[in-house]
Design a protein. Sequence first.
Length: 277
Amino acid sequence: MQPVEVFSGDGPIVLGVPHAGTYVPPEIWSRLNETGQKLADTDWHVDRLYSDLLPGAAMVKANFHRYVIDANRDPEGVSLYPGQNTTTLCPVTDFDGRPIYRDGEEPDAKEIEARRAKWHAPYHEALTAELERVRQKHGIAILYDCHSIRSQVPFLFEGTLPDFNTGTNGGTTCAPDIEQAVVAETTNSVGYTSVLNGRFKGGWTTRHYGQPVTGIHAIQMELAQSTHLATEDTPFAYDESKADRLRVHLKDILTALEDLAPELKTKRQEILGEAHD
């Protein structure tokens, strides 16, 4: 199994999909307990949700499951949300805080490093290369990181999650125009709820790559799975009717970002020109 798949496009947007993969190597699968083998924390069908929405958008998709190694965590293991419940670079619990390994079968530090090198690193090498390719072509690149999660996860947050959860780490990972465009689209999506920089402010991917001064902008979208799944439990089936309705709004979001790209390129060129004067 290849760690990552890259679908290149001609446009300025790169879709990151770190958590839709379900592959677990046999030698790891056999050590997972019944809870772990349920793979409940998958971003179910997110790649399908975004596929073919915007013809020019590229997609970089991790094929491995986040229980192997989490491609949206700091490779050094630093917590994204200090003081709050979360899962780690190499999770040993699920989103409900329950162990996912059989007793005594958890990976040690040496194994975690080996998994990082085999799975996490290739994903980010591919994502880095694709962002650079797009930046060279368009003068800028917009990373739109695609995620989903159950709408109710008491271990991680109280109450019910909004449908659209936009994260820019407090506005630091992208130009204000990008943040405003996405918020405008989500706010105007009739029948859906939304929040900016709520419980999910953007994971390591968004924070690491989102460096507007370099011409790379990043934004994370965490969707409540109730927006596109028939049920947020086994078998986590894709609901065509729900998904088709949601995809209209997702397309509007991506189109708005694509339309912004030339303006952002011009602004960056002006800034670079001033810097060289």
